[in-house]
Design a protein around this ligand. Structure first.
Ligand code: F6P
Length: 327
């Protein structure tokens, strides 16, 4: 047990993700169980720079497990990327006698944490919180399950209108440079095709799929497009199809930030609770400068350096299966 850690602070950074509140709650309550004093930092690294810390006790994190967003607020801080900004942040932590940090966020958050922990020798554990699921060292990131459920629900609705009009719909989902959201949304919504950065589906192959759909008497098609697909988003992909198949009635829908909001699913709440708990137990047991993830239903600690540099690949079986199930 690390007896030097008496006061910890938790913050959320980068894009918000449903389940972040559940993770904060788990951190605060696990810390209280171990008689640690805990604080919440408002607005991510920006709040750390400005010294916006508040004492949080178990009752302060009641009634939040079911809420989307992050009650601590979040930001993408440019200032924290500078040495001066990080020094200011460290001084704020020192002023509040903070011994260790729990950082909830994605790749950018962990990159900042990695630099900061080395510069100022402060133990930090990261919790993967992003709807994109693009972090190495965890099977799932907090918020991903909620986001794909939201996306599938949206595509179900688009399906009704696509079916009624015999249309081809291009539905764009988030995911930054990764295709996890698009692939699972495609499979879960029974789409005709997915365009993700990882599957290299060409325009020729998509045109071929759409022509085959007509022959197969599939009267409407749903194409799920990852925002980071090399074609340049759903609008661009739709233009290519409209040009080559002018007889088709093509529409585009961009789900956008809807995917980031809403009450977290039970899966996300349980995942977030587990990772929040493991982060604090990890700090107490001397773990530092690593992210805690969930791999094969077990908590796994991965050094920040690896978590931010190693890539997590989409499952090629799922890519193949998505194609097969769309015939
Ligand atoms: O990383 C989460 C994410 O929602 C990505 O999927 C998306 O590309 C990006 O954030 C959007 O960021 P912003 O909130 O700045 O629009």
């Amino acid at each position: 047990m690390n007896k030097d850690i008496k006061r910890i602070a938790v913050f959320t950074s980068g894009g918000d993700a449903p389940g972040m509140n559940a993770a904060i709650r788990a951190v605060i309550r696990t810390a209280a169980y171990h008689d640690l004093h805990s604080f919440g930092i408002k607005g991510g690294y920006e709040g750390m720079i400005k010294g916006e810390l508040e004492r949080l006790e178990p009752r302060n994190v009641g009634n939040i497990i079911h809420r989307g967003g992050t009650f601590l607020k979040t930001s993408r801080s440019e200032k924290f990327k500078t040495k001066e900004g990080r020094l200011q942040a460290f001084e704020s932590l020192q002023a509040n006698d903070i011994d260790a940090l729990v950082a909830i966020g994605g790749n950018g958050t962990f990159t900042g944490a990695n630099i900061f922990s080395k510069e100022f020798d402060i133990p930090i554990i990261g919790i993967p919180g992003t709807i994109d699921n693009d972090l190495f060292g965890t099977d799932y990131t907090i918020g991903y399950d909620t986001a794909i459920n939201t996306a599938v629900e949206a595509v179900d609705k688009i399906r009704d209108t696509a079916d009624s009009h015999n249309r081809v719909f291009f539905v764009e989902v988030m995911g930054r440079n990764a295709g996890f959201i698009a692939l699972d949304t495609g499979i879960g919504s029974g789409s005709s095709a997915v365009l993700i950065p990882e599957n290299g589906k060409t325009a020729e192959s998509l045109i071929d799929t759409l022509k085959k759909n007509v022959k197969r008497k599939k009267l409407f098609s749903l194409i799920i497009v990852a925002e980071g697909n090399p074609w340049g988003g759903a609008t661009k992909a739709a233009e290519i199809v409209k040009e080559q198949l002018p007889e088709m009635d093509v529409r585009v829908a961009v789900i956008g930030h809807l995917q980031r909001g809403g009450s977290p699913t039970a899966f996300d709440r349980v995942l977030a609770s587990r990772l929040g708990y493991e982060a604090v137990e990890g700090l107490i047991n001397g773990k530092k400068n690593c992210a805690v993830g969930f791999v094969n239903r077990k908590a796994v600690f991965t050094p920040f350096k690896k978590a931010i540099s190693a890539s997590k690949d989409v499952d090629p079986t799922l890519v193949r299966m998505a194609e097969i199930l769309a015939i």
